[in-house]
Design a protein. Structure first.
Length: 453
């Protein structure tokens, strides 16, 4: 059964980017300037095993009916009338604006099933601002990044919930293909052996290698079938310290490598065994953590290392000391030249991907929270006890949680680290970035006049 979804929202929230992502082609022009889309545009969209008609619309703006923005708004209202469901998009980084609120009311009045999409949700600031989207009255916001292809599985679930009958037939059809390939970026300092490692994995000299640092300029995608699982590997230019990035071409290569990290789901940080965990290695791992990607540390050129008892344990100790924000990060010793350790590396990638996608059952999360707070209550600040009310998981990829409490700005960082480390141990979340956002619980009596007796 075919159905139609209209993408609506104010200008420049990413509607055309999502449209292009769903149709799989660059049909809609995308630009940072608002108002690039003027007509409504239709295409055949694919989201998981669902196929449907999607309509890209002009940004909703308050304007006189006879003006150009007014006629564009009329086109959008026509699309809303044609649609079976609506994707209402907002810019998470900007938060809900008065225009968002005005047009959320238009969408609510339409009576059409609506999915509230919080676009541009990459980054910590966006995670905090996303919670403000509830005030639009369109239900739970689905966090995505249309540009980086994040959150599409959550968008799929929301669309199925919005149109259960219309999506049932397609969902119950026999699956045509397996899970999508895991996107893996290989990053590290120049000459760490990234291209050699990928060549060994795919079994051919696909990528140019050599002793000279900086041979790879572009992020090159290579498809790989390994032990029955599909991967898409991205070889990237070596990441130097900023002070050494001088030539314009190399600046572009570094930007390309950073984009590969943002596009990837799992990032392998490749270290050279002779000088592992140098300052630049730590900066690269920190960048991956900030971008919220699953991470695996691979120590390369293991064939050249002196094999001493406890050598791997020593490296893991170093990782614990140098990468404190990534407790128990997976670490594998490999040799791109001989192939040693590659099975362990690929299994570590699959495991890290699974952890990155993990959703903790609500009941188990609440039990852990009560026990953790009871075992180690939050400290009193200025003589007043902080009250931690409850915690919920907002999303996966990476696992992100929202803690509702009083005086959120007063909770010490040390106590947040205690909760995060306890959570890692309780739910087996080694190494992956975890996001914990604090929100103050609304006071239901705030603003009410005192009752007179």
């Amino acid at each position: 059964m075919n159905f139609t979804v209209a993408i609506v929202g104010r200008p420049n929230v990413g509607k055309s980017t999502l449209f292009n992502r769903l149709v799989g082609r660059r049909l809609a022009l995308v630009d940072d300037r608002p108002g690039v889309t003027r007509d409504r545009r239709e295409g055949e969209a694919h989201l998981g095993d669902l196929t449907f008609t999607v309509i890209d619309t002009a940004g909703l703006e308050e304007a006189a009916p006879e003006s150009l923005p007014g006629r564009m708004r009329a086109q959008t209202e026509t699309a809303i009338g044609q649609a079976d469901a609506i994707f209402f998009m907002m810019d998470t980084r900007a938060g809900p604006t008065p225009t968002d609120r005005a047009f959320a009311q238009v969408v609510r009045k339409s009576g059409k099933p609506t999915v509230l999409i919080a676009n541009k949700s990459e980054g910590r600031l966006a995670e905090e601002r996303r919670l403000e989207a509830y005030e639009l009255g369109l239900g739970e916001p689905v966090a995505i990044s249309a540009e980086h292809n994040e959150g599409m599985s959550d968008l799929y679930d929301a669309l199925v919930e919005a149109l259960p009958d219309k999506t049932r037939e397609q969902r119950e059809a026999p699956a045509r293909e397996g899970p999508h390939p895991i996107r893996v970026a290989i990053v590290g300092r120049p000459n760490a052996g990234k291209s050699t490692l990928i060549n060994r994995l795919i079994g051919e000299e696909r990528l140019l290698t050599g002793p000279e640092a900086g041979i790879t300029r572009d992020s090159i995608a290579v498809d790989l079938d390994y032990a029955g699982r599909k991967f898409q590997l991205y070889d990237t230019a070596g990441l130097r310290r900023r002070s050494r990035v001088e030539e314009k071409l190399e600046k572009l290569s570094v930007a390309d490598a950073l984009n590969a990290v943002r596009f990837a789901e799992v990032v392998v940080v490749l270290l050279d065994v002779d000088n592992a965990f140098e300052e630049q290695d730590q900066r690269i791992a920190d960048l991956v953590e900030q971008e919220g990607r699953a991470i695996v540390i691979a120590v390369n050129k293991w064939d050249l290392a002196e094999k001493k008892a406890g050598a791997i344990s020593k490296l893991r100790e170093q990782a614990g000391e140098k990468l404190t924000q990534l407790k128990d990060v997976p670490l594998v010793a490999v040799s791109g030249l001989t192939g040693e350790g590659l099975d362990r590396l690929m299994q570590a990638i699959v495991d890290a991907y699974e952890v990155w996608n993990r959703r903790v059952p609500t009941a188990a999360l609440n039990r852990w929270f009560e026990q953790a707070v009871s075992a180690h209550p939050p400290p009193a600040v200025s003589g007043r006890r902080l009250r931690l009310n409850y915690i919920t998981q907002a999303k996966t990829r990476p696992p992100s949680f929202v803690l509702f409490c009083t005086r959120a700005d007063a909770l010490p960082d040390a106590y947040k680290r205690y909760l995060l480390n306890s959570m890692r141990d309780a739910f087996d979340l080694p190494g992956t970035p975890i996001r914990l956002t604090l929100r103050e619980k609304d006071n239901p009596f705030k603003g009410r006049a005192k009752r007179k007796h």
